[in-house]
Design a protein around this ligand. Structure first.
Ligand SMILES: Nc1nc2c(ncn2[C@@H]2O[C@H](COP(=O)(O)OP(=O)(O)O)[C@@H](O)[C@H]2O)c(=O)[nH]1
Ligand SMILES: [Mg+2]
Length: 201
């Protein structure tokens, strides 16, 4: 369980990154997917990650220390709003790309997808990008409470098909509001920290 979570710093560029060996898990998702709410529920703190009402407002990486530096959660800006063209290279800001491709502390990405919807082009592009760079991924399906029981398996199947889900990755659908499956998230994060980065063909 997460017993302690503290905000350390924000960084807009590499110069602001922390220099040490603490492993990091980066949380990524479209604006409004429920990332801040998930981080707050996971850490049992009401305002750790700001639940912003202005989509795409945050332009920084936010670093949080978990359980006295057992690992860090790095909250990334939401994608899907800032994008200026359909060029894949501009799916996210250059500083995000630099973080994801050069940060040695990074052990995995927690990619959040809304359980209610078919993943967007941006979602598909993001997963593809992570796979291309051999970054271990945990998919968190958010807002599970909004689904009818019958739709849960159905939607999970649609999402997995749409993103071409790799069975070696983990998938966990949960609700930050009803707390369903929330307790399972911590173990998944610990498992993600231990995963090998395997380059696929
Ligand atoms: N029903 C439900 N609503 C949620 C859940 N998680 C987030 N939300 C709502 O979705 C909206 C966006 O959440 P937020 O955490 O700010 O999204 P972010 O932009 O990804 O950080 C807010 O109105 C939240 O209250 C959830 O598990 N269930
Ligand atoms: Mg947010």
């Amino acid at each position: 369980m997460i017993k302690k979570a503290t905000f350390i710093t924000s960084a807009a560029a590499k110069v602001g990154w922390i220099t040490d060996d603490v492993p990091e898990l980066c949380f990524i998702g479209r604006s409004n997917v429920g990332k801040s709410t998930f981080i707050n529920a996971l850490t049992n703190q009401k305002k750790l990650a700001k639940t912003s009402s202005t989509p795409g407002k945050t332009r920084l990486l936010n670093f949080f220390s978990i359980n006295d530096d057992l690992f860090r959660i790095v909250d990334a800006p939401g994608y899907g709003y800032a994008r200026v063209s359909h060029d894949k290279k501009e799916l996210f800001a250059a500083f995000m790309e630099e973080y994801l491709t050069t940060r040695t502390n990074l052990k995995g990405v927690c990619l959040l997808l809304d359980m209610r919807h078919t993943p967007t082009k941006d979602d598909v592009g993001m997963y593809e990008y992570l796979k291309y760079h051999a970054i271990p991924v945990l998919i968190i399906g958010t807002k599970l409470d909004k689904l009818k029981r019958n739709d849960i398996k159905k939607n999970e199947k649609i999402i997995k098909e749409k993103i071409k889900f790799d069975q070696n990755d983990a998938f966990l659908a949960l609700s930050a509001t009803s707390k369903e499956n929330l307790a399972k998230a911590y173990d998944q994060l610990i498992a993600l920290l231990a995963k090998e980065q395997v380059k696929v063909a």
